[in-house]
Structure formats: C-alpha cells, structure tokens
Design a protein around this ligand. Structure first.
Ligand code: MCA
Ligand code: AMP
Length: 496
C-alpha cells in the first residue's frame, strides 16, 4: 500500500525549509526523520497504534508538527489540546476522547502532571520521544481516522469532531487549488493549533505545498509586523479581530513605521480573513491602509472551508463568495424546503469529501446533524448576485468571540457551580474588536451580591479566558416569554 500522500510529497521537498520556530529553520527532511523517531517511540514495539488517541499540548512550533506527524505515521488519532484551557476543560477532552497518552514540552510537564496523575494518563515529554531508532511504520489507508478537534455547540459540553486523513486531505487540496498555494509561499502562523483555521488552512496547506511556515507561539503583533515589514511573507491568514488589532497599531504608528508595515502587507500575494464575520468597514479600512483587498471565506470545524471569495475576480465586502472546488452547498428553508432563488435566506447544508466522519462516540448526535447526507451547519445565508452572504446562526446560544465558537450553555453550566448563583443566562453582545463578547445576567441565591472582578477570578480556574463573562448584570428574575422560557434577546437588550 502506498504512503499517505502528504508523506510522499514531503519527501519530494527534502531540504527545503518547512517550519521556522524559535529562530531555527527546519527542513522537510528533518520533519520526516524526527516524526519517524516519534512514531517509533509511540509504537514502542507494537506495529500500529490502531487509532489510539494521543493528545498533545504544544505551542505552534517545529515540535508541534513533528508530534502531529509522528502520531499520524504510527497510525494514531491526533488530539491537539488548547493552550488556553483551564483544567476542567482539559479533563473533559482527555476523558471524552479516552486519550491514551499526552505529549508536552519539558517546561509544561510540571503544570500538567497533577491532572495526568489524577486521570491516570501517561505524560511524555517531546524530548523523551524524539530520538528513537526508526522501525517499520504501519501502512495507512486514507480512510483511517486522523484527528479529533473539540468544538462547542448547542449541547453543554464540547463534542469531538473526527476527521479521517481523506477528509483532511480534501480540506487542504480544495484550498491549495482555490488560493493557488505554491512551494515558494511563506506564511506566519500565530493562530491556535487546536482549530481547523490554524491546523488546515495555514499549516496543512503550507506543508502540502512545500511552502514555509513561520511559527509564533502566540499572536505577538509587534513581532509579526516586523517580519511583515521585512517582506518575509507571501500569504497571511487571520480572524477579523486580528485585522482590527492591526488596524489600530498601524493607525497609531508613526509615519515611517506605518509605511514599512503597509509596504510589507502590500507585497503579499493574498490575505485571507475568516472564522467570523468581517465587517465591511474593516475590509475597507484594511484596503485603505495597505492596498490589500482581503479575501473572506466561510468554514466550520466539521467541514473545513466551504465557501470563498475568489483569488481572481471580485472580493465582495460582507460576502463569503462561492462554493470551493469539490464542495456542494444548498440552502434550506425553516420549513425544510430547498431554496432555489436568490435573496431567500436558508440554512447552509454541505456535502463533499471534506465533511467529517462523526462526532466521537456520539452516533445519535452525528445522525441528527445530517439530513439526506447533507451536513446541517446551523448557519443562515442568502445568495445575492451570485455570492453567499452569512446572516448569522440559527441558535442564539452560539457566541463567536475573537474567532472562537463558544456555547452559552456550557458557560452557564460552569457558572451555576458558583455557590451564590441561583440562575444565569449567558449572551453574546456585539463588540468592535472581538465580534461578540460574553456577558451574563445572574439571579443570586438569597439576594447575595456578586462583583464582576470576583466572578472573573473564580471563573479563571474553570474556563478559558475568552469564555469568562466581561459584563455582569444582577437581576431579580430572568426575563421569560409566555411559556416561561428565558428570552435571550430581551437579556441582550438589558445591557447597554
Ligand atoms: C481575550 N480577551 C478578550 C477575549 N480574548 N476579551 C474579550 N473577548 C475575548 N474573546 C482579553 C484578555 O482577557 C486580555 O485582557 C486581552 O484581551 C488580551 O488577551 P490575549 O489573549 O493576549 O489576546 P490576543 O493574544 O491579542 O488574542 C486575540 C486573538 C485570539 C489573536 C484574536 O483570540 C485568537 O487567536 N483568535 C483566533 C481563534 C481561532 O483561530 N479561531 C478559529 C476557530 P487583559 O489585557 O485585561 O488581561 S474557527 C475555525 O477554525 C473555523 C473552521 C473557521 O472558519 O476558521
Ligand atoms: P467553528 O465551529 O469554531 O469551526 O466555527 C465555525 C463557525 O464560524 C461557522 O459555523 C460560522 O458560524 C462562523 N464563521 C466562519 N467563517 C465565517 C465568516 N466568514 N463569516 C461569518 N461567520 C463565519
């Protein structure tokens, strides 16, 4: 049986630089040899990991990629963990995915050790597994399950989205074709690597193409801008919040710096925005500052990218464009009828080889998320003059903040563990920087008082920082409709 296509391609790129991290260049050859050593360590005498789940908590770096490839080459399922998760969130992923082992850099072991000990999951350091002698690696089929990413939804706890190698390959190749990826491309990577945006759109596409990825452990705007000014990059991908933050920095910079940064951006062949709606005003400000017309696209963890403005042709502010190659889209009305005309809104449903295989160990939820083989995205859109425009989510309980998808129900469930909270309702409020920010209305027990700073401190132990409410309203009772159901739009209106 042949090797997986991405390994074969990496061999052909040999000495070219694949990844730059901490100031060091790492070639495709080196990625192949280190990932082979990691695979041998993980196999530890067995011939195939047979889809064991191996989790890893590693910032964007050469080590991240070598571990991801090592797990894949040994036949395992990669479960990347979020660097921003609090312990209870990590515990949910580790237990739900029935993780077999966890890999982390040497300097994170002490922080993870108590949790791993409590859950009886072995913890390995990257160094410990990177120097094993090579052994024969298993032959893998593209239908093998490759990755589980956790995504929040309309259930209280995040679900594991399972993608096969064939799914990931399809998610990559559609973008390589549509956005014209080439081996001479070079791209900065500052997005989190537990989501499709960073993993597939940046890392996956670049390494598939023989291009170079410059890793930043986090979004360090000043460091990124200096590299941009040096004209290091041909491509750039970010969420709208990143463009909003960069606009502020460019506007505040002195004339000389602003010109250097703007020149660096103008030099690129493509800049992409996605993960959340890009306001038309931000699109236009970016063009005014840099001359670049951002390409906006639409995607989801379960399907990769589905709709995109074109590389050549009109990039329309406020619209996400047309279906990508090999992706089929339909809009369906609330009544379940197929929409065949323009200007009629409906739910986006998707088919194609990039669509995930299942929610991990949730056959009922998986089945309910498809209708006649089409995946139901829960996003509403309308077709206008040949381009799709996203209108919002079907569920008020999904919040998008800084590009992260958050479940209001999950945050509520956590806040209800607070001893003074009797009832609460979490909502998203519009925000110029973050798209939406998390806010909470609370009814306390016995008229107790809660202050926002104390609530934030309490929540820090229990949830990622972007889920922590940024505004708080204390109410005697939550607004309800005639059926007694809490009405979230009424709560949103109560916040000014
Ligand atoms: C952080 N802060 C926030 C939020 N996040 N405040 C309100 N809402 C938030 N969401 C606060 C912090 O508490 C802190 O406050 C200050 O902002 C700076 O925080 P920091 O974490 O340093 O911010 P940053 O590093 O500038 O992060 C912004 C970011 C990040 C780079 C935009 O949020 C990010 O990487 N987002 C991308 C997520 C992503 O990749 N999503 C893709 C999933 P203080 O200063 O008071 O402490 S979606 C996907 O994959 C699909 C398939 C798709 O379509 O792409
Ligand atoms: P996630 O579940 O984190 O993968 O987030 C996917 C969701 O992000 C989609 O279902 C949309 O609601 C939203 N999204 C992604 N791209 C866009 C976009 N360009 N405009 C509006 N919403 C978007």
């Amino acid at each position: 049986m042949p090797e997986l296509e991405w390994v074969r391609r990496a061999r052909s790129f040999g000495p070219r630089v694949a990844v730059t991290s901490d100031g060091h260049d790492h070639s495709y050859d080196s990625l192949l040899s280190i990932s082979e050593a990691i695979a041998a360590s993980l196999l530890d005498g067995s011939t195939d990991l047979d889809e064991q789940r191996i989790a890893f908590l590693i910032p964007a770096s050469f080590d991240y990629v070598a571990v991801q490839w090592g797990i894949w080459r040994a036949g395992g399922i990669a479960v990347p963990l979020s660097l921003f998760s609090a312990d209870p969130e990590l515990e949910h992923v580790i237990t739900d995915a029935q993780v077999d082992r966890i890999i982390a850099p040497e300097d994170s072991l002490a922080k993870l050790r108590p949790l791993c000990d409590r859950l009886s999951v072995p913890l390995l350091s990257v160094d410990q597994i990177s120097s094993r002698q090579s052994v024969p690696l298993p032959e893998l089929d593209a239908q093998r399950r490759a990755m589980i990413l956790y995504t929040s939804g309309t259930t209280s706890k995040p679900k594991g989205v399972v993608s096969t190698h064939a799914n990931i390959q399809a998610q990559i190749t559609t973008l390589v074709e549509a956005w014209g990826w080439q081996s001479k491309d070079s791209i900065p990577l500052f997005l989190p690597l537990h989501h499709v945006h960073g993993i597939v759109n940046v890392l996956g596409c670049a390494l598939w193409s023989g291009a170079k990825v410059d890793c930043f452990g986090s979004f360090d705007a000043q460091a990124v801008l200096e590299r941009v000014a040096d004209k290091e990059y041909s491509l750039f991908m970010g969420v709208p919040t990143i463009y909003v933050k960069l606009i502020r920095i460019l506007e505040a910079a002195d004339e000389g710096d602003r010109a250097r940064y703007a020149d660096g951006f103008a030099h690129m062949r493509l800049m992409v925005s996605g993960s959340a709606a890009l306001p038309a005003s931000v699109h236009e400000q970016w063009t005014d500052l840099t001359g670049q017309k951002l390409l906006e696209r639409y995607g989801m963890t379960e399907i990769g990218m589905a709709i995109s403005n074109p590389l050549q042709g009109e990039r329309r502010p406020g619209a996400v464009g047309v279906p990508l190659p090999d992706v089929t889209i339909r809009l369906v009305s609330e009544a379940g009828e197929l929409i065949e005309e323009e200007n009629e809104p409906g739910e986006i449903q998707v088919r194609g080889p990039a669509v995930f295989s299942e929610y991990w160990h949730k056959p009922d939820v998986t089945e309910a998320s498809f209708v006649e083989g089409w995946f139901r995205t829960g996003d509403m859109a309308v077709l206008e003059d040949g381009y799709y425009r996203i209108m919002g989510r079907l569920s008020v309980d999904i919040i998008k903040s800084g590009g992260y998808k958050l479940s209001a129900l999950e945050i509520e469930d956590t806040l209800l563990m607070h001893p003074a909270i009797r009832e609460c309702a979490v909502v998203g409020l519009p925000d110029d920087t973050w798209g939406e920010v998390v806010a909470v209305a609370i009814v306390t027990r016995d008229g107790e008082h809660i202050e926002l700073p104390a609530l934030k401190e309490w929540a820090t132990e229990r949830m990622s920082s972007y889920k922590i409410p940024k505004s708080l309203l204390l109410l005697e009772d939550l607004p309800r409709n005639a059926m007694g159901k809490v009405t979230k739009p009424a709560i949103q209106d109560l916040f000014d």
